[in-house]
Ligand binder design. Structure first.
Ligand code: E4P
Length: 225
């Protein structure tokens, strides 16, 4: 399962990218709104793309098909490798279908059910972003939607990538990997949390302490010789 970082923060993205485990980045208007408003959105997106190098999803804010297509063309002028992120609404499906005919990769976002995922696939989306955390927030198990989607994909031989989104903690990462998501996009904090284990830290402390003790003993023996 590939890991994307879900962020518009340059420091976080830079650090996540430096780990060598990142295959892409997803942004959205809310993530961009959290950052310094003096930085032009286009400049920020281009910098993010430059840092990550791989997949970079950029979301449109129009809610009508023509507006979405206009925005998609603008984003593709910024950089032609962009994946256009389009919301799962009727006009979004129509815009996705047009872009797919032009071989432009679309990430359909705000998907909360397997039937929505199926529609996004059939419209030609290259990625279907299924949101977990927001379903969990309303006491509906988000992981079931990923599992159902994966089951349908296998039975029907569907090709778009299942992108697990709205992850809140490392357990989500584990669950979506087991459920067969192709990609998980996750906040920077969750990536870092998922790498930590207290036994790793304790084990390293012990190895280093033993190594330094041995070096001290060797130095002492040499002094006596
Ligand atoms: C997906 O691409 C979205 O940007 C994101 O995962 C939404 O997550 P949230 O529910 O934590 O805002």
């Amino acid at each position: 399962m590939q890991i994307y970082v879900d962020s518009a923060n340059l420091d976080d993205i830079k650090h996540a990218a430096s780990l060598g485990i990142l295959s892409g980045v997803t942004t959205n208007p809310s993530l961009l709104a959290k950052e310094d408003p003096s930085v032009d959105v286009r400049e920020r997106i281009l910098e993010i793309h430059r840092i990550v190098g791989g997949h970079c999803s950029v979301e449109v804010v129009s809610t009508d098909k023509d507006g979405m297509l206009r925005e998609a063309d603008e984003i593709l002028e910024w950089f032609p490798q962009a994946t256009i992120k389009i919301p799962m609404i009727a006009d979004g499906l129509a815009a996705t279908s047009e872009l797919a005919k032009r071989n432009v990769p679309v990430n359909m976002t705000l998907i909360f059910s397997a039937t929505q995922a199926l529609a996004a696939n059939n419209a030609g989306a290259a990625y279907v972003s299924v949101f977990l955390g927001r379903l969990d927030d309303i006491a509906t198990p988000g992981i079931d939607v990923i599992s159902d989607t994966r089951e349908i994909w296998e039975k029907q031989g569907l090709e778009s990538k299942i992108l697990a989104a709205s992850l809140r903690h490392p357990l989500h990462l584990l669950q979506v990997a087991k459920a067969g998501a192709h990609i998980a996009t996750t906040p920077y904090k969750v990536i870092i949390q998922s790498l930590k284990h207290p036994l790793t830290d304790a084990g390293l402390d012990k190895f280093l302490a033993d190594y330094h003790k041995m070096q001290a003993e060797i130095a002492e023996l040499r002094k006596q010789a």
